[in-house]
Design a protein around this ligand. Structure first.
Ligand code: ATP
Ligand code: MG
Length: 138
Protein backbone atom coordinates (compact mmCIF):
# COMPACT_ATOMS: atom_id res chain seq x y z
CA UNK A 1 0.00 0.00 0.00
CA UNK A 2 1.31 3.44 -0.96
CA UNK A 3 0.15 7.04 -0.76
CA UNK A 4 0.76 9.69 -3.40
CA UNK A 5 0.02 13.40 -3.74
CA UNK A 6 -2.36 14.49 -6.49
CA UNK A 7 -3.25 18.01 -7.61
CA UNK A 8 -6.19 18.80 -9.87
CA UNK A 9 -4.85 21.89 -11.63
CA UNK A 10 -6.70 25.19 -12.35
CA UNK A 11 -7.78 24.05 -15.85
CA UNK A 12 -9.82 21.31 -14.14
CA UNK A 13 -11.54 23.52 -11.57
CA UNK A 14 -12.20 26.23 -14.20
CA UNK A 15 -14.06 23.73 -16.45
CA UNK A 16 -15.97 22.13 -13.53
CA UNK A 17 -14.26 18.75 -14.09
CA UNK A 18 -13.33 17.91 -10.48
CA UNK A 19 -15.89 15.10 -10.26
CA UNK A 20 -15.04 13.73 -13.72
CA UNK A 21 -11.34 13.48 -12.85
CA UNK A 22 -12.11 12.01 -9.43
CA UNK A 23 -14.19 9.30 -11.13
CA UNK A 24 -11.13 8.31 -13.22
CA UNK A 25 -9.04 8.14 -10.05
CA UNK A 26 -11.56 5.97 -8.22
CA UNK A 27 -12.19 3.76 -11.27
CA UNK A 28 -8.45 3.02 -11.27
CA UNK A 29 -8.70 1.59 -7.76
CA UNK A 30 -7.20 4.56 -5.95
CA UNK A 31 -8.91 5.87 -2.80
CA UNK A 32 -9.10 9.64 -2.15
CA UNK A 33 -8.22 9.63 1.56
CA UNK A 34 -7.73 13.42 1.90
CA UNK A 35 -8.88 16.31 -0.28
CA UNK A 36 -9.10 20.09 -0.11
CA UNK A 37 -9.62 22.99 -2.50
CA UNK A 38 -7.04 25.78 -2.25
CA UNK A 39 -5.99 28.89 -4.10
CA UNK A 40 -2.19 28.77 -3.95
CA UNK A 41 -0.14 31.91 -3.42
CA UNK A 42 2.78 32.56 -5.77
CA UNK A 43 5.19 31.80 -2.93
CA UNK A 44 3.51 28.42 -2.26
CA UNK A 45 3.55 27.47 -5.97
CA UNK A 46 7.24 28.40 -6.24
CA UNK A 47 8.06 26.36 -3.13
CA UNK A 48 6.11 23.32 -4.35
CA UNK A 49 7.78 23.39 -7.80
CA UNK A 50 11.24 24.43 -6.50
CA UNK A 51 12.83 21.41 -8.26
CA UNK A 52 11.93 23.07 -11.57
CA UNK A 53 13.20 26.58 -10.71
CA UNK A 54 16.00 26.49 -13.32
CA UNK A 55 13.65 25.36 -16.11
CA UNK A 56 12.52 27.80 -18.81
CA UNK A 57 8.85 27.09 -18.06
CA UNK A 58 9.11 27.70 -14.27
CA UNK A 59 7.57 31.20 -14.17
CA UNK A 60 4.76 30.30 -16.58
CA UNK A 61 4.05 27.10 -14.63
CA UNK A 62 3.81 28.97 -11.32
CA UNK A 63 1.56 31.66 -12.89
CA UNK A 64 -0.71 28.95 -14.26
CA UNK A 65 -0.87 27.11 -10.93
CA UNK A 66 -2.12 30.27 -9.19
CA UNK A 67 -4.54 31.25 -11.99
CA UNK A 68 -7.45 29.60 -10.16
CA UNK A 69 -8.27 27.09 -7.42
CA UNK A 70 -6.61 23.69 -7.26
CA UNK A 71 -7.77 20.53 -5.49
CA UNK A 72 -5.00 18.77 -3.56
CA UNK A 73 -5.51 15.13 -2.64
CA UNK A 74 -3.84 12.15 -1.02
CA UNK A 75 -4.47 8.94 -2.98
CA UNK A 76 -3.98 5.52 -1.46
CA UNK A 77 -3.73 2.14 -3.15
CA UNK A 78 -1.49 -0.68 -4.21
CA UNK A 79 1.51 0.79 -6.03
CA UNK A 80 -0.26 4.18 -5.87
CA UNK A 81 2.67 6.31 -7.11
CA UNK A 82 3.17 4.47 -10.42
CA UNK A 83 -0.49 3.56 -10.76
CA UNK A 84 -1.53 7.21 -10.66
CA UNK A 85 1.24 8.23 -13.09
CA UNK A 86 -0.16 5.63 -15.51
CA UNK A 87 -3.74 6.91 -15.09
CA UNK A 88 -2.52 10.50 -15.61
CA UNK A 89 -0.72 9.84 -18.90
CA UNK A 90 2.30 11.62 -20.40
CA UNK A 91 3.15 15.21 -19.42
CA UNK A 92 2.36 16.39 -22.97
CA UNK A 93 -1.25 15.36 -23.76
CA UNK A 94 -0.24 14.94 -27.42
CA UNK A 95 1.86 11.96 -26.28
CA UNK A 96 -0.59 10.58 -23.72
CA UNK A 97 -2.11 7.12 -24.12
CA UNK A 98 -5.80 6.64 -24.91
CA UNK A 99 -8.03 6.62 -21.85
CA UNK A 100 -5.65 8.61 -19.63
CA UNK A 101 -6.72 11.76 -17.77
CA UNK A 102 -4.33 13.99 -19.72
CA UNK A 103 -5.36 12.51 -23.10
CA UNK A 104 -9.03 13.13 -22.37
CA UNK A 105 -8.92 16.39 -20.37
CA UNK A 106 -5.61 18.27 -20.68
CA UNK A 107 -5.55 21.51 -22.67
CA UNK A 108 -1.76 21.74 -23.25
CA UNK A 109 1.62 20.57 -21.91
CA UNK A 110 1.33 23.27 -19.23
CA UNK A 111 -2.42 23.13 -18.50
CA UNK A 112 -2.25 19.35 -18.22
CA UNK A 113 -4.98 18.87 -15.60
CA UNK A 114 -3.19 16.85 -12.94
CA UNK A 115 -0.01 16.51 -10.91
CA UNK A 116 1.14 13.23 -9.38
CA UNK A 117 4.25 12.54 -7.30
CA UNK A 118 7.01 10.88 -9.34
CA UNK A 119 8.55 8.71 -6.58
CA UNK A 120 7.63 7.34 -3.17
CA UNK A 121 10.20 9.64 -1.55
CA UNK A 122 8.72 12.72 -3.25
CA UNK A 123 5.19 11.50 -2.46
CA UNK A 124 5.94 11.57 1.26
CA UNK A 125 7.46 15.07 1.02
CA UNK A 126 4.58 16.40 -1.11
CA UNK A 127 1.86 14.90 1.11
CA UNK A 128 3.35 16.59 4.15
CA UNK A 129 3.70 19.87 2.20
CA UNK A 130 -0.12 20.10 2.05
CA UNK A 131 -1.58 17.85 4.75
CA UNK A 132 -1.20 17.13 8.45
CA UNK A 133 -1.72 13.55 9.67
CA UNK A 134 -5.10 14.58 11.18
CA UNK A 135 -6.42 15.50 7.73
CA UNK A 136 -5.63 12.10 6.18
CA UNK A 137 -8.31 9.50 6.86
CA UNK A 138 -7.34 6.14 5.36
P1 ATP B 1 3.64 16.91 -12.65
O1 ATP B 1 4.92 17.13 -11.90
O2 ATP B 1 2.75 18.13 -12.69
O3 ATP B 1 2.94 15.67 -12.21
P2 ATP B 1 5.13 15.71 -14.78
O4 ATP B 1 5.88 15.02 -13.69
O5 ATP B 1 4.49 14.87 -15.84
O6 ATP B 1 4.00 16.64 -14.18
P3 ATP B 1 7.29 17.63 -14.89
O7 ATP B 1 8.45 17.43 -15.79
O8 ATP B 1 7.47 17.35 -13.44
O9 ATP B 1 6.06 16.77 -15.49
O10 ATP B 1 6.77 19.10 -15.11
C1 ATP B 1 5.93 19.72 -14.14
C2 ATP B 1 4.85 20.49 -14.85
O11 ATP B 1 5.45 21.58 -15.55
C3 ATP B 1 4.10 19.73 -15.93
O12 ATP B 1 3.04 18.95 -15.43
C4 ATP B 1 3.58 20.86 -16.78
O13 ATP B 1 2.43 21.46 -16.18
C5 ATP B 1 4.73 21.83 -16.74
N1 ATP B 1 5.65 21.63 -17.87
C6 ATP B 1 6.52 20.61 -18.04
N2 ATP B 1 7.21 20.74 -19.18
C7 ATP B 1 6.76 21.88 -19.76
C8 ATP B 1 7.05 22.58 -20.97
N3 ATP B 1 7.97 22.13 -21.81
N4 ATP B 1 6.36 23.72 -21.21
C9 ATP B 1 5.43 24.18 -20.36
N5 ATP B 1 5.10 23.58 -19.20
C10 ATP B 1 5.75 22.44 -18.90
MG1 MG C 1 6.71 16.04 -12.00
Amino acid sequence: MQRTLSILKPDVTRRNLTGAVNARIEDAGLRIIAQKRLHLSLEEAQRFYAVHQERAFFNDLCSFMISGPVVVQVLEGENAVDRYRTVMGATNPANADEGTIRKDFAESIEANSVHGSDSLENAMKEVSFFFSEMEIVG
